[in-house]
Design a protein around this ligand. Structure first.
Ligand SMILES: [Fe+2]
Length: 362
């Protein structure tokens, strides 16, 4: 690790050479990142000054590096302390280089099954890591009781309350307010793209499955997005830029969201996929635009439904799948259930809640 002050920048930039890369750090940014007690509260790490009051023309006068602890003297005669590794971590955080995702299809996926009878904090950590890397986790032996899913979700955070309540029934009912509540096939989809924000994770707990049919399908949406990018770059660009529209409406609720089927961050990384044939409402547009969108969506759909991408799981009583709703398309095969006893319970969790627990346990 080598440090140098850039003379070209009139001493406003510190260059850190790390892993054969020269990384520039701007003086005012560094000042703001100081861990001195008069700049940041030592307990909370929160800033005690107004950042816009920091001079723009601060010069870096001197630096000392000792055992990963960095000290910088600035032109206002103040001396500030840093943890060098924390500074370097900020770069990967800003660039959002998510190296953790393992893209999968039906052939190469290795399903890890967690046995809840042996649950401990290490297992909780592994469950959350599995959700982060593969987009889902499969847990067996969750108590087969009405709110049994809470025996695990309570270790992570609160279930999200929506207009349908908290933990909800997935059961065929007469006068269904959503097609989930019927015996029909549910084509692969992400849940509730008409909500903003869309719920981050789905806890799907089986209390009883049907004898015939009722299998769940899981598809890695990030892998599908990658396939689209490789095969049809033009269509990938269209799906990540064209704003379609989703709507859910009943007597008391109207939820609407305008969004793309593939969401990218500022660095063009895929951060969310959406598909929901039941609730998509095409926006009014020109024939040319609609034709192009429909054609791209068709190719996307062909990949989503392709057998080679579909993992089929028939959940048994006590089985729970936790699904990343920003990444995984899920579906359900239609079923025959003479006694109408197929019974699942489902809860949602906000994205930041689950990820907060993952960050603490990692
Ligand atoms: Fe769903």
């Amino acid at each position: 690790m080598k440090l140098s002050i850039s003379k070209k920048s009139n001493s406003k930039i510190l260059i850190i050479n790390h892993n054969n890369k020269s990384i520039p750090f701007y003086s005012s940014w560094l000042y703001e990142r100081s861990i001195n007690n008069d700049i940041r509260d030592s307990e909370t790490g929160q800033l005690l000054i107004e950042a816009s009051d920091i001079e723009n023309n601060l010069k870096i006068i001197d630096t000392i590096l000792s055992d990963k602890k960095l000290t910088i003297k600035f032109s206002d005669n103040t001396v500030h302390n840093y943890d060098l590794l924390e500074l370097l971590n900020e770069i990967s955080f800003s660039q959002n280089n998510d190296q953790n995702k393992i893209l999968w299809n039906k052939k190469n996926i290795k399903i890890k099954k967690f046995n809840f009878h042996k649950f401990n904090s290490q297992m909780l950590r592994n469950i959350l890591i599995n959700i982060d890397t593969h987009g889902f986790a499969y847990i067996k032996n969750i108590p087969v009781t009405k709110n049994g899913l809470q025996s695990l979700s309570d270790h992570i955070g609160p279930i999200k309350r929506t207009n349908w309540g908290e933990i909800a029934d997935i059961k065929s009912i007469s006068n269904a307010y959503d097609l989930t509540m019927t015996t029909r096939t549910l084509e692969n989809h992400t849940d509730n793209p008409y909500r903003f924000p869309t719920q981050g994770y789905i806890f799907l707990h089986c209390l009883k499955n049907s004898e015939l049919g009722g299998e769940n399908s899981l598809v890695d949406g990030f892998n599908i997005a990658q396939i689209m990018k490789n095969k049809n770059k033009k269509d990938f660009n269209l799906l990540s830029s064209y704003k379609t529209f989703f709507r859910y409406k009943d007597k008391t609720t109207c939820l609407e969201n305008s969004c793309s089927l593939i969401e990218l961050d500022d660095n063009n990384n895929v951060i969310q996929v959406r598909f929901n044939n039941r609730t998509e409402v095409l926006p009014y547009d020109t024939i040319k635009n609609l034709k192009a969108y429909r054609s791209a969506r068709k190719k996307f759909w062909n990949e989503i439904t392709s057998k080679k991408n579909n993992l089929i799981i028939k959940q048994e009583p006590g089985d729970m799948i936790i699904i990343d709703n920003y990444r995984i398309f899920h579906g359900r095969k239609g079923y025959v259930d003479k006694n109408n006893s197929r019974y699942f319970r489902q809860g949602y969790m906000d994205r930041d809640i689950l990820q907060s627990k993952l960050k603490l346990l990692r």
